[in-house]
Design a protein around this ligand. Sequence first.
Ligand code: PLP
Length: 408
Amino acid sequence: MKSRLDIKKIQKDFPQLDVLVNNKRLVYLDNAATTLKPNIVIETLTHYYQHQVANVHRGVHSLSEEGTRRFEETRQTIQNFIHAKFSHEIIYTKGTTDSLNLLASSFGEAFITKGDEIILSQMEHHSNIVPWQILCEKKGAILKVIPVDDQGNLKLDEFKKLLNTKTKMVSIVHTSNTLGTVNPVKEIIQLAHAVGAKVCLDAAQSIAHQTIDVIELDCDFLVFSAHKIYGPNGLGILYGKEELLNAMPPYQGGGAMISEVTFEKTTYNILPNKFEAGTPVIAEVIAFKAALDYVSQIGLEEIALYEHELLEYATSEIKKLKGIRIIGEAKEKSGVLSFVIEGIHPHDLGTLLDKQGIAIRTGHHCTQPLMKRFGIKAAARASFTFYNDKRDVDALITGIEKAREFLL
Ligand code: PLP
C-alpha cells in the first residue's frame, strides 16, 4: 500500500523548516533526538502565556479553573492516544528519563529486594540502564542483559534463558534510537508475565511512529517524552496500571501530592496527584494536547506507511555509497538510519553536513554498551519523520559525497 500523505501541506505546518542554517535550506534529519513543532503547538503555548497564566489545582478563580480543566483534558487525550483504561494511570513527569527514574525508584522501593533480577537489553538508552543500576546497587538486586545479534535484533532465545521466578522487572526499549529496531514487545511481555515479572516499555522512539495500545499489549508501564512527538520540552509521561501505581510509594514530596500534612504524619493524594509534586509545566501540558490531536488527525498508520517508504528509499540510496556500514538492519525497523563510513569520523561528517544545512546526529547516541557490541565508538544517524521527503534524503547523500571528497 502506498502512503497518501500530503507532505507539502504538512511541511507548511512546521515553521522551522523555513529557517536557513549556514545560509542553506534546513534539512532536519535529527528527529530521533527531538522533533520540530507544528504551528498549532507554538500558538497554544503562546496563547497560554499571553492570556491564560494561572496555576492549576489551587485556585477557585476562573483562570485557574479553566487551566485545570485543560490540564486534565490533556490527560484524557493521552489516555485515548495510548488506549489506557483510566486517565489517572497517566502521570506527568519531566520526560522519559524522569519517568524511568521515578519508576525504578518507586517500583524498586515497593517490589525489589535482595537477589531479585531485572532484565534490560543491550540496546537500551542510558536512561533505561542507569536508574536500574542505581536501584540494583541500593537493593542488592541483579541486572541481566538480553544480547543483540549482528542485524540488531534482540536474541529472544537468550531472553527466555534469562527469565525465572526471580525476575521482577523487564524494562525494554520499544524502538531502538540507534538501530531503529522495533522489538517484538507483545511476545516479550507474554514471556515476562509467564514468570510473574512486570514489563516497562520505553516508547520514547515509538510513540510518534506507530499506534500503541497498552491494554492490547498488556504492558505494565510505558514511558515517553512529549518533545519526541511534536510536543513541548520538559514534559514526559509515565503510564502504569492502576493497581501497581497504587502499590508504589511517592517519588517526590511537596505540594499537590498530599492529602493531609501534619508534622507527625503525612497522607498522600490519590492517583495521579500522588506522583505529581509541585507546580507542573502547565503550558506544555496544555500544548501537548494540540500535538497529539495534530498527529491523530493525520493518522499514525498513514505516518508509519510514509516513513517506512522514506526509510527504504534512504537505505537503498545510502547503500550505493562506497565504504558504508549500516548499523542496524533488523527486519522490523522504524525511520532511523545509523551508519559509519570507512576512514571518516562521524563527528567530521556531522560537521561538514552542518555546513550544508543538514542536521544529523553523531556520537554514541546514549547507547555506549550497544556501540561496544558493534565494535564502534560512534556512528552517524539520520532519523526521519513525516515532514521529511526524498529531497532531504538526496541532500543527505550528496552531502555525504561532498564530505568524502573533502576528507579523503
Ligand atoms: N529512551 C530512548 C529510546 C530515547 O531515544 C531517549 C532520548 O533520545 C530517551 C530514552 C530519553 O529521553 P529524554 O531525554 O526525553 O528523557
